[in-house]
Design a protein around this ligand. Structure first.
Ligand code: FES
Length: 168
């Protein structure tokens, strides 16, 4: 989209899934057009496509409230092993929102899983929002831990940290 006001990116070409989202806003901060580029499986294309329908007519503040579950529901569900596509979609949307609001898109967010370029903030976010309890669930939602497995100790630490917060 040549006249997009915001462009979001998520995923990694190295792991095979990547989405670019283009948004056009009017003067009232309402999305008037949305387009995407997706590289990866059919689920990645499906989530990106449905996202461009969900966002039309929404104010930028409403966009921030869209969850990955909203995207899954709009598709009438996704296989567990493909939930990470909806999380990637939520990530690309957040990126585009940050860009539109002129916030800094670079931050100190640490990469936990090198294989799939998954950052700590995303892992914490999916654990909290989806009440995840196992590393396998984190892998289903984000792909982290689904490659060489070297990051599993770090995933466990994050999981333990989040679980202990719940108990306290
Ligand atoms: S670093 Fe996470 S699976 Fe390899």
């Amino acid at each position: 989209m040549e006249d997009a006001n915001a462009v979001g990116y998520a995923g990694s070409l190295a792991c095979g899934d990547a989405i670019t989202l283009f948004l056009k806003f009017d003067e009232q901060d309402i999305v008037t057009a949305a387009k995407f580029l997706a590289f990866g499986c059919g689920s990645a294309v499906a989530v990106a496509s449905i996202l461009t329908e969900i966002v039309i007519g929404k104010h930028v503040d409403e966009l921030a409230k869209i969850t990955n579950q909203d995207i899954v529901d709009a598709l009438d569900g996704l296989p567990e092993a493909k939930i990470h596509c909806s999380v990637m979609c939520k990530e690309v949307l957040e990126y585009a929102i940050r860009e539109y609001k002129n916030e800094n898109t670079e931050n100190e967010n640490k990469t936990v899983c090198q294989c799939f370029d998954v950052k700590e903030d995303l892992i914490v976010d999916v654990i909290r929002k989806n009440n995840l309890k196992t590393i396998e669930e984190i892998t289903n939602y984000t792909k982290a831990g689904g490659g060489c497995g070297k990051c599993k100790n770090d995933l466990l630490k994050i999981l333990d940290n989040e679980t202990s917060k719940e108990i306290n």
